[in-house]
Design a protein around this ligand. Sequence first.
Ligand SMILES: C[S@@+](CC[C@H](N)C(=O)[O-])C[C@H]1O[C@@H](n2cnc3c(N)ncnc32)[C@H](O)[C@@H]1O
Length: 388
Amino acid sequence: MSPSPDGRTDPRFARTLLQREDAFLREDEGDDAGFYEQPRLVSHLDATALNTVERLVAGLIVEDDPVVLDLMASVDSHLPSRREFSHVTGLGLNEEELRANPALANRVVHDLNADPVLPFEGGTFDVVLNVVSVEYLTRPFEVFREVGRVLKPGGLFLVVFSTRWFPPKVVRVWEDAREEERIGIVEELFREAGVFGNSEYFISMGLPRPEDDRYFSLGVPSDPVFAVFAEKKGLVRDRGTRLVLRDPAQLDTDWAAVQSRKETVGETMECPHCQGTLSKWEVPDDPCIDWPNDYLYLCFNDFCPFVVRGWRFMWNQGILGTSYRYLYNPLKGTSTTVPIRGLTDLRPGIVDEDPAGRFRSAIKKGIPDFSGMTPVKEYGPKLGPSRG
Ligand SMILES: C[S@@+](CC[C@H](N)C(=O)[O-])C[C@H]1O[C@@H](n2cnc3c(N)ncnc32)[C@H](O)[C@@H]1O
């Protein structure tokens, strides 16, 4: 029974993973309170991924003046600054982190692994958020049931995760699972709690990492954002429809225009996808590859929609951590692709770099700058709930 690569893991497979005897063991079985004693006043994702999380949250919370619980909270609750919240409670393990979080009106230090019972009355919250933390829960079944208890009917539980964590404290089932299997694991936790309606999921990956990010030089794209969310069952009146953010990396494309630009690449020497200038590239000296020519032309624009979308396209085929660049063969006049595992791949072969600079030429030509992203309302009902 293998998981499907589009994120819809077979429920039986996720259940098997969660039932493993060692599923909730961790490298560090010591007291969690001790591990989190030192405050970490930091962001746990890069700025682009955080922007995506905030826009996802903004679209999904549709209640007026909602009462919110940020479960496993730290310095940032990812709540949109322009919205009003009647009361936000943060529950976490480090008091200093909670004090540094400006969104919180109420701060609760509570170890969910020692005691999964939430210290709140039933039916208190409209929204419960859990961001980049579910992987630390050793008793997640109990915690998800508890979230179901403290939510109002129709209330939202949103679980967001990525591919980074504190290795000593992550549970084994999470660490061993593949990315798409983690979606299935969280879906199964929702199902098992027995109080939620059908869950939905969201995936965003492939956006360029900001240039000032500490990991920029690694050449990996922005941290992927995965989310699974569901409402507590029950009657709800007079409430707007939750809007699922469209994956910002999956822009709409005018394929006919791309096709027609492909026919003139020999004259324009522009990438048909982003219209950035192609760079002359010397093929590597590799006896295993029979390159058609000593020089080819590649698009090295990391904002090129072809590259940005490619990470997700390959992920959907079950090939993780891979995208591709546009390649033009001037001898044959043909367009093709060359795979990459990181944005710095193939760069050593550049002979003539796009003279306008690494990223900027495409932006100047009106190609979207993914670092300054569109407000969430642009991804509203006219586009409909979409997984991009
Ligand atoms: C990676 S941080 C994420 C913080 C925050 N949600 C965010 O988005 O930035 C993980 C947080 O989970 C909390 N945490 C870890 N183990 C916990 C536990 N056993 N009980 C309650 N909170 C816990 C810690 O306080 C820590 O701040």
